[in-house]
Design a protein around this ligand. Structure first.
Ligand code: C2E
Ligand code: CA
Ligand code: CA
Length: 757
């Protein structure tokens, strides 16, 4: 407690006594008690006795009176130092000195700073009356001559004084309420939503006017938001944002559902006229849209008219509130810009990250993130225009939102990529896989779609939401590499893989500069006659960390420009091999190289091949190109052009890994190919799986129909070789027939004329 001790010796100077007023900060207000407390200060003991007696059973405004008596200015000062809690101070003007009463009044107002207690001056001398200025300066409520009190009862004097006290007390507490509101204005502005602010606003106004909370906050016409049409704004019905007390039923509904015609009309008038309206039953406070995005009216039922002071307070409050609404609307809008996808009007990647962070906090119960990537979206959508594209995405978004209702959050992360985050119970791959189980209906037509999905728990060791999202994207890439419609759960190993890939990429750069590669050649045979017909050039790399299989480093090289240098190296090696085979007198073995999709993207692949062959004086027709179905499909026209050029020059073309890609028959017809290579997976399943056998049969039949020869890959057993030959696949390569060999061994093999082992 801070004690302000003031020496008011001058107050009681003639008594030579020090009169000290000590204000007490935590003193109660008289108004908060169940009695009215009166301090009677008079040195006339008989008057004091009479007063106490007269007021003993008096009740004013429903409360009894408690009279505390002091017999001198000094005693009153001591009393007030301990206890400030009085509604009325009755004080005799003349006590220790001529103007003791006035001194007391001055001390109460100026030293103690007590503004609320009403001071009534009493005097025994009919001739004495204080000048008006004194009455005003010390805020004296009344002045009576003791002898008159018989006529004008003390009761009557006190009733007036208490009424004044009560009003003032209410006003002061209202002002204190306002002060609280001003202080809390930053808190009001920090309210995240208009709804929250509206609720607070109603409570504050009610407290200010000391009435129960019964009212509404109504939103009028709004300014066009980004994406709203003007028409939808103009025709917007006033809307009840928040409703309390007897209006509670109207919450979240149109104003017309308020159920109180008079109040409804008042609010409409306020909205239409941009004015606050003061009625005997309630207050409609208009908050203009300059501050908030929309016009708002806060209506509070008061059940009574307001006095002028209350009205003034309400005005100040309204300005403050208007600013609050403006701030919240602004935050709301910024929030929308920062966290909403502008096209689909749903949370965006930033919102998703924020939600992930929130759910990853220690006090939350974890959860999961699922990524959902619509397959071949760009191809579907490109053909059909932007409108269709957005309609398709919106349809997918709605599906996701109904499959993953709140508390889960569905966000659009990129073009056709969505993220869902929420409780592990409901956010999982299983549910995601059902989302596109039925066709989407767009523009009155059915569209079948599929999606690749990835799932990751939120409680992984990842540093933050960004790292977690990256891990999920990596998992999604793996799912996508398996083909359309695949789902994949994250595993910590993926992370180790990622680190390894990064390292490999760095090592590849050195290997290209320093020549860390070599090539092996796997022989290919004619199963009918056992003759060596060709060899596939397969790249080998001994990195400083040990040998790395091409399956691992080729995809990494494909992601950078490395693949071009590597591709050129292999073609050079193949041409060198052709030259050496030729020099050894072997002129009928075709050496094939694997060419990846990215190599076709570069201009001049055909020229480069021709130039390398010419430089080494090897005939082009001895060089074969192998490319996968997927590579063909990635840029069909361009690939076909290169293949044609190569074949026109006499070169051979083989479609690799056939059966695993997605080339349709229609494309195959147009494809300039000499060989289809039956993928190893079908060959290896020939022994035990009917599915593999029937696919192999189909590919062989297809080859025959199109006039394309067949080479089986990965033949490891005699049974496989026999089955293939019996079913019309003439050519084969595989460990049964020969492992990839260094060039001298291949030359030896060819020279020996060794056929099938
Ligand atoms: P691919 O073109 O399908 O090559 C055949 C792969 O099967 C080779 O693996 C080969 O060693 C392996 N293989 C051959 N016979 C058998 C067998 O009987 N059993 C089994 N289990 N495997 C057999 P490799 O050399 O590891 O190459 C893997 C893939 O890497 C290749 O698949 C090819 O896609 C790619 N690749 C290899 N070299 C190059 C290259 O120079 N350029 C490009 N772009 N890709 C290459
Ligand atoms: Ca190959
Ligand atoms: Ca292959």
């Amino acid at each position: 407690m801070t004690q302000r001790s003031l020496n008011l010796a001058e107050v009681a100077e003639d008594a030579n006594a020090e009169v000290t007023f000590v204000p007490e900060d935590d003193a109660h207000h008289a108004g908060s008690r169940s009695v009215w407390r009166i301090l009677a200060v008079d040195d006339d003991r008989s008057f004091q006795r009479a007063t106490a007696l007269a007021l003993k059973n008096t009740i004013i405004f429903g409360r009894r009176l408690e009279v505390v008596q002091a017999y001198s200015l000094a005693e009153a000062a001591r009393q007030l130092a301990q206890d400030r809690d009085f509604a009325v101070i009755l004080v005799d003007v003349v006590m220790e000195c001529e103007d003791a009463g006035l001194r007391l009044a001055k001390g109460v107002r100026e030293t103690l700073g007590l503004m609320e207690p009403r001071i009534v001056l009493l005097t025994g001398q009919p001739g004495f009356a204080p000048v008006a200025r004194v009455m005003e300066d010390y805020d004296l409520t009344d002045y009576c001559i003791k002898s008159d009190l018989a006529r004008r009862s003390l009761n009557q004097v006190l009733t007036g004084a208490i009424r004044a006290y009560r009003q003032l007390h209410d006003l002061v507490s209202a002002r204190k309420g306002l002060q609280l509101i001003i202080e809390s204005s930053s808190r009001l502005a920090a309210a995240r939503s208009i709804g929250e602010l509206a609720r607070k606003a109603l409570a504050e106004v009610a407290r200010l006017l000391d009435v129960p909370v019964s009212g509404v906050v109504c939103e009028g016409a709004r300014m066009p938001a980004d994406g709203d049409t003007i028409a939808s704004c103009d025709t917007r019905q006033p809307f009840v944002t928040c409703a309390e007390g007897c209006f509670a039923d109207a919450h979240g509904r149109a104003l017309s559902a308020l159920g109180d015609h008079t109040v409804e009309q008042t609010i409409r008038q306020a909205l239409a006229g941009h004015i606050s309206i003061d009625t005997a039953q309630g207050q409609a406070i208009f908050l203009p849209r300059e501050e908030a995005r929309s016009d708002y009216v806060v209506y509070l039922r008061t059940g009574r008219p307001l006095d002028p002071a209350e009205k003034e307070l309400l005005g100040v409050f309204a300005t403050n509130l208007s600013r609050g609404f403006g701030n919240v609307a602004l935050i709301d809008r910024l929030d929308r810009l920062a966290f909403e996808d502008p096209v689909l009007r749903m949370p965006n990647a930033t919102a998703l990250l924020r939600e992930i962070d929130r759910l990853r906090r220690p006090d939350s119960h974890g959860g999961r993130l699922v990524l959902f990537d619509v397959d071949q979206f760009s191809r579907q959508a490109d053909g059909l225009g932007d409108g269709f594209r957005n309609a398709l995405l919106a349809a997918v978004a709605r599906r996701l939102e109904s499959a993953f209702p709140q508390p889960a959050m569905v966000a659009r992360i990129a073009d056709d990529l969505f993220g869902i985050v929420g409780p592990a119970m409901s956010v999982n791959l299983d549910r995601a896989s059902g989302v596109l189980a039925t066709p989407l209906e767009i523009e009155a037509a059915h569209h079948w779609c599929s999606a690749c999905t990835a799932e990751i728990p939120l409680d992984t060791a990842h540093a933050d939401a960004h790292a977690l999202k990256r891990a999920a994207l990596q998992t999604l890439r793996i799912a996508k590499s398996r083909g359309s419609g695949h789902g994949m759960r994250w595993s910590p190993e993926f992370e180790r893989d990622e680190a390894r890939r990064f390292r490999i990429h760095a090592r590849l750069t050195d290997a290209i500069a320093q020549g860390g590669f070599h090539v092996k050649f796997q022989p290919q045979f004619d199963l009918d006659c056992g003759r060596l017909i060709g060899a596939e050039a397969l790249l080998r790399w001994h990195s400083p960390d040990g040998p790395v299989p091409p399956d691992e480093f080729i995809p990494i090289a494909e992601k950078s420009a490395h693949i071009h240098a590597i591709g050129r190296y292999v073609i050079e090696q193949a041409c060198d091999a052709i030259g050496e085979l030729e020099a050894a007198g072997i002129a009928d073995v075709v050496v094939s190289v694997n060419v990846s999709a990215r190599q076709f993207e570069q201009d001049g692949l055909t020229d480069a091949i021709r130039e390398i062959c010419h430089g080494r004086r090897v005939p082009l027709d001895r060089l074969g190109i192998e490319l996968t179905e997927t590579a063909v499909m990635s840029s069909f026209d361009r690939v076909v052009e290169v293949l044609h050029a190569h074949r026109d020059a006499g070169g051979k073309v083989a479609i690799d890994d056939f059966g695993t890609g997605m080339a349709s028959l229609e494309y195959l017809h147009m494809l300039p190919a000499d060989f289809l290579k039956i993928d190893r997976t079908f060959v290896s399943s020939l022994d035990h799986e009917e599915r593999g056998r029937s696919i192999a049969r189909m590919i062989i039949e297809l080859g025959h129909n199109l006039g394309i020869a067949l080479i089986a890959e990965g033949v490891e057993t005699r049974e496989q070789a026999d089955w293939l030959r019996r079913h019309g696949c003439r050519f084969a390569q595989g460990w049964l027939l020969g492992r990839p060999l260094p060039l001298p061994q291949l030359i030896a093999l060819a020279r020996d004329g060794r056929g099938l082992p």
